[in-house]
Write a protein that binds this ligand. Structure first.
Ligand code: FES
Length: 395
């Protein structure tokens, strides 16, 4: 008789002594399981701006966006936000309609979170299990809903992980201010202890994954033209009053670009350019559309777009870069206009994120050296309070 069959037989007809063992051991095991304190997961909260999941969600998304005084401080904010959101909704709905009816950012972030959980459990068993949550700034799941879910799960230790590689007070800063405001109300006894990954512009894993995506795209050009393809690193622009307030974003984006170019061995010419400017205020340039027109005039044909400040696809890549600027490029005869793949769920990107979070947990410091320092021209007291709150976490 084979060992397997013998084993099966054993299960089918237990001896009287094994029956006795089962009846005494199982209740004991059950008692132990109930008595043993279960360790709550370490929460990893992925913070990003978010996007409307369908066309009906566009208006609430815009309303939240224009109501954010940390992003766009405007007089009579609440009233003005309602007017601007209502006015812009049809145009923005049209843009989302053209990319499939909604933003893919939630699906990508959820996937990134699940992959990250799994990898962190392997890399950092001491803080396992890990559970990912999403806190979007302007679309569901919003910060208060995420905190409520974490409280329901009994979370006591959380890492706020920005998905903006480069820090700006109008993106990561706004998300942290929103988190702090809600925690004050929802967790006054500070049962959850937080630490913050606020930026990772030059992490070698991030640099590597950007470099590989660029190399993959360069291979799609004819070999004789490959080295002359112009690399256009395009990042979301900032209004100049935010830049001049001392926001670190432009320097950090430039730092990412410099590291990626070093990694690529400076084989191609490149520029850092800025997209998505709206409204009459002066914005950081050169503007992406003006750059395309300029290079078309100067006789360039092969331009490779690299969204360097986003980690997943959303309207700024799928609509703006691919469709809007793509149309302009075609019109101007830029026959070699292309875009690199976004990082999305590339395992190499997840590996980088897992390394960032693992090292951060091991370091056991609530914030980076940079986070407590306010912009030199900051007059927003919320920034100071929010930064102090995270800095004073007791881990
Ligand atoms: Fe930068 Fe307040 S605006 S710290």
């Amino acid at each position: 008789m084979s060992v397997a069959r013998a084993a099966l037989r054993g299960f089918a007809r237990p001896s009287s002594s094994s029956t006795l063992a089962t009846t005494t051991v199982v209740p004991l095991a059950r008692r132990l399981a109930t008595a043993a304190p279960t360790k709550p997961p370490t929460a990893v909260v992925l913070m990003n701006l978010g996007g409307p999941k369908d066309l009906d969600a566009v208006h609430p998304f815009l309303l939240n966006l224009f109501s954010d005084g940390d992003l766009i401080p405007i007089p009579f904010q609440k009233y003005a936000a309602r007017v601007i959101a209502a006015r812009r909704t049809p145009k923005i709905q049209e843009q989302y309609a053209q990319i499939g009816g909604g933003s893919p950012i939630h699906a990508w972030t959820e996937r990134q979170g699940k992959m990250l959980e799994k990898r962190l459990d392997e890399l950092s068993p001491a803080s396992a299990p890990h559970k990912s949550y999403i806190a979007f700034r302007y679309a569901a799941p919003l910060t208060p809903d995420t905190i409520a879910e974490m409280q329901k799960d009994g979370i006591t230790r959380a890492v706020a992980l920005t998905l903006y590689p480069q820090y700006s007070c109008s993106t990561t800063g706004s998300s942290l201010n929103e988190l702090w405001r809600n925690l004050k109300e929802m967790d006054p006894q500070e049962k959850i202890q937080w630490s913050v990954v606020d930026r990772f512009p030059t992490h070698p894993g991030l640099v590597e994954v950007f470099a590989r995506h660029i190399e993959d795209s360069l291979k799609t050009y004819p070999p004789e033209e490959r080295d002359s393809v112009v690399l256009l690193f395009s990042a979301h622009s900032l209004p100049m009053d935010i830049v001049n307030r001392g926001d670190p974003y432009p320097q950090e984006v430039a730092a990412t670009v410099a590291r990626v170019m070093d990694r690529l061995g400076h084989k191609n010419p490149f520029r850092l350019i800025w997209q998505s400017q709206v409204g009459p205020r002066p914005w950081l340039g050169p503007k992406t559309d003006a750059v395309l027109e300029g290079y078309a005039r100067l006789g360039q044909k092969n331009l490779l777009m690299i969204p360097i400040a986003f980690v997943s696809d959303h309207v700024e890549t799928l609509f703006e870069v691919d469709l809007e600027y793509g149309h302009l490029a075609k019109e101007k005869g830029l026959t070699g206009y292309k875009r690199v793949e976004s990082l999305n769920a590339d395992p190499l990107f997840i590996e980088a994120m897992a390394d960032i979070v693992k090292s951060h947990i091991a370091e056991n410091k609530p914030v980076s050296t940079q986070l407590p320092l306010r912009c030199p021209m900051c007059t927003n007291e919320k920034c100071g309070e929010s930064k102090r709150f995270f800095q004073n976490q007791r881990l």
